[in-house]
Design a protein. Structure first.
Length: 113
């Protein structure tokens, strides 16, 4: 890379790929990188405050529907799809209901190539 962060400061490692894309004229790549940083920054900002309340309520409702499906509809196989910000709370709630994780699988929803 022609741009390297200095150990004592300088260019941010996060900004570095964006700057390289701009300097090489690859505006599409720069847009992708900026968009991905906006998403990550937004998720980091949402990790506290009232958004945790909203996530908790959504998780609570999802688990109510899951429980109904298991108990009343006698479903043996269920899928619970959720985003990354829901993981910690859902994991805690599922464990408190007696569920045990057997397998963890990461599926990439989108990537910046």
């Amino acid at each position: 890379s022609s741009l390297t962060p200095r150990p004592t400061g300088g260019i941010s490692p996060i900004a570095l790929p964006v700057l390289e894309s701009l300097f090489t004229g690859n505006l599409q790549e720069a847009r992708k990188l900026v968009f991905s940083q906006m998403l990550v920054s937004g998720q980091a900002a949402e990790n506290g405050g009232s958004n945790n309340f909203i996530i908790g309520k959504r998780n609570q409702r999802a688990l109510q529907v899951l429980s109904k499906s298991v108990d009343q509809d006698n479903c043996k196989t269920n899928a619970l799809l959720y985003g990354g910000m829901h993981c910690k709370d859902l994991h805690r709630r599922l464990e408190s209901m007696g569920y045990v994780a057997k397998k963890t699988e990461w599926r990439t929803a989108w990537s910046v190539d």
